[in-house]
Ligand binder design. Structure first.
Ligand code: UGB
Length: 588
């Protein structure tokens, strides 16, 4: 009360809201008026931020928190009344006619697309000290994840414009969602690398705010233990991206510019853009309002399962059921074994890789109604079975793939299943946890993420007629992986199957110990016989034919231990480094 005269009208409103929502305790230990006034001002600044960054404001957050905490205490099942079943989607086989047609369509549509990368997470499971998008996707060329994404978008932009009949000047917009944990370092990475060739005006960063932590079932906000004039905060999850896109006004700008698609993706999947053209082609052909990319999923793998949920009252929806919820849901609905592999060796539920393609028009219609708010959940860790107190404060969370939960049944929600070797190799687990992954399940580590790129490129070249040798099995950081020839190319060399096929002719061979790096656009492989390392670097206009035998000592992989702190963290987490012994360099 006695501090009131110091407050601005806006601060008085916020104070009233806090008192009316049962947050009196926040002011209990405040000093006398005139003492620590700067801290008090900073408190209201924080409350104002928490209030304005949440759809409906802080009062609405507290109200929802009370409801969700009551449901959680009562043990209410979020899927109450719903029965899960395996949904039907578009299942693609890489390289067949259907796939090629979808890719062709996807490239045409790309000039009407915008890309959104969610990169606000610190990746606690990986334990890497930097931001994840700054990690090399592979160490043969050292291409970083963010670089790979930007170069892929630029390659799509060029390919799409080349197909267009008109004088195409399209610059595909690229939004990155950051958080306080990643924002400054993402800007620095972009600026110190000249935006990896993208025009800075194409890139927009939207920073998500954290949300208030909750101390108990009454949703009393948690006071920061280090400063009694602050509220504890934690990340709210990748679902924030929808509210941020809405409040930034950017969706309307895109709509007015004639865009039709928004593609969402995550921070560390070095294969993703091999799947994008075909997936976008599916969206356009099937006219999906929502299209999720999926891969065959091993039971208990830490990726969500795409599931059809049918309610007793007849409602149905196709939605991601998160990996920790799928098993209990199955057990509760007449599947006593829970989340298990079927005769194919995979879970019958396709795995969500959280690559969503939304049609912009229906997306804007929907989030204009909701403000971009996504259905939230709460996951308190209770002290005991009475569920009356928490071990530590909790908060509401939301996931971007829950967007379809508020859609009407008429919405066209589909999904597209691709081969995992082509589409999905995230870097999420630290070496120790990866080594503990059950045999046969993917490691999702820096080691497996890099090896997956070489495998995918090798398999693609095999499909277009190159004789690529079989891999050998090696162990790095306790993980058994297939080591294929280290083949990499810039996205502009070949983003689609048809484009790669056009650039390979004659009969070429590549031995297992080989390394091949293609950096030009018009590089053609013709009767190449490679046993060693070959680096081809050509300017865009140069047409280069690569022929004949190339043999040298090549580049080798040397084991390193992840505990060896003399080695940079980016390498250590892979368990190997590349020794560049001898190579042939072709520059044009
Ligand atoms: N992220 C944010 O931008 N902000 C946040 O507050 C949190 C995360 P994780 P998760 O495809 O591999 C998801 O932690 O959430 C970004 C799906 O929910 O890597 O455990 C973060 O930077 C799951 O269904 O993944 O699991 C990163 O880019 C499954 O599909 C992204 O969000 C799984 O990903 C994902 O964050 C998967």
């Amino acid at each position: 009360q006695h501090n009131l005269h110091l407050l601005s009208p806006q601060q008085i409103e916020l104070a009233k809201m806090l008192l009316e929502t049962g947050q009196t305790h926040l002011f209990e230990h405040w000093a006398e008026p005139g003492v620590e006034d700067d801290e008090k001002k900073a408190f209201f600044d924080q409350v104002a931020r928490l209030d304005s960054s949440y759809p409906g404001g802080l009062a609405s957050y507290i109200k929802t928190a009370r409801e969700l905490l009551a449901d959680s205490k009562a043990g209410k099942n979020p899927f109450d009344g719903f029965t899960p079943s395996v949904p039907k989607g578009e299942v693609l086989t890489h390289g067949d006619d259907n796939f090629i047609n979808f890719e062709d369509m996807g490239v045409k549509e790309a000039r009407k697309a915008a890309f959104v990368l969610v990169a606000g997470g610190l990746g606690e499971r990986l334990g890497y000290n930097g931001i994840k998008v700054a990690l090399p996707a592979e160490t043969t060329t050292g291409t970083l994840f963010l670089q790979n994404y930007i170069e892929s978008i630029l390659a799509l932009q060029d390919a799409s414009c080349r197909l267009a009949q008109d004088d195409c000047q399209t610059k595909i917009p690229f939004v990155i969602m950051t958080s306080d944990d990643t924002h400054a370092r993402t800007i620095e990475l972009l600026e110190s690398n000249s935006y990896f060739g993208m025009e800075p005006t194409q890139v927009k960063l939207l920073k998500q705010e954290k949300v208030a932590c909750l101390d108990d079932n009454d949703a009393r906000l948690a006071v920061d233990l280090r400063n009694k004039y602050r509220i504890q905060t934690k990340p709210h999850g990748h679902g924030d991206v929808h509210a941020l896109l809405f409040s930034s006004g950017i969706l309307k700008v895109w709509h007015d510019a004639g865009l039709r698609w928004v593609l969402f993706f995550q921070d560390t999947n070095g294969l993703l853009f091999k799947a994008i053209p075909a997936a976008l082609g599916v969206s356009a052909t099937r006219q999906y309002h929502v299209n999720s990319l999926a891969v065959p999923r091993k039971a208990k793998e830490a990726i969500g399962g795409i599931t059809k949920l049918t309610h007793a009252d007849g409602r149905t929806m196709v939605i991601n059921v998160e990996y920790n919820q799928l098993d209990p849901l199955l057990r509760a609905t007449g599947n006593p074994d829970g989340d298990v592999n079927c005769e194919t060796g995979y879970s019958p539920f396709p795995g969500n890789i959280n690559q969503l393609i939304l049609e912009l028009g229906p997306y804007i219609d929907e989030i204009t109604k909701t403000g971009g708010a996504i259905k939230e959940f709460v996951n308190p860790k209770y002290k005991d079975a009475s569920k009356t107190s928490f071990k530590s404060s909790t908060r509401l969370e939301c996931m971007m793939q829950d967007y379809p939960k508020t859609l009407p049944p008429s919405a066209r929600v589909g999904f597209t299943v691709m081969d995992a070797w082509l589409a999905y190799a995230p870097v999420k687990n630290n070496p120790e946890d990866a080594a503990k992954v059950p045999k046969g399940n993917p490691y999702h580590s820096a080691t497996s993420g890099e090896m997956a790129i070489y495998r995918a490129n090798s398999l693609i070249l095999r499909k277009v007629g190159v004789q690529v040798a079989d891999p050998v099995v090696q162990v790095f950081n306790g993980q058994e992986v297939e080591v294929w020839p280290r083949i990499t190319w810039k996205p502009k060399w070949g983003l689609t199957f048809a484009e790669i096929k056009r650039k390979v002719c004659g009969s070429s061979t590549i031995s297992q110990r080989s390394t091949m790096v293609i950096k030009g656009r018009n590089v053609f492989l013709e009767d190449l016989s490679l046993d060693g390392a070959l680096l081809i670097d050509a300017v865009d206009d140069a047409e280069v034919k690569v022929r004949g035998p190339v043999q040298n000592k090549g580049w080798t992989l040397e084991n390193i231990d992840y505990k060896d702190t003399s080695v940079p963290e980016e390498l250590r987490i892979r368990g190997f480094k590349i020794n560049k012994i001898e190579q042939l360099e072709k520059k044009h």
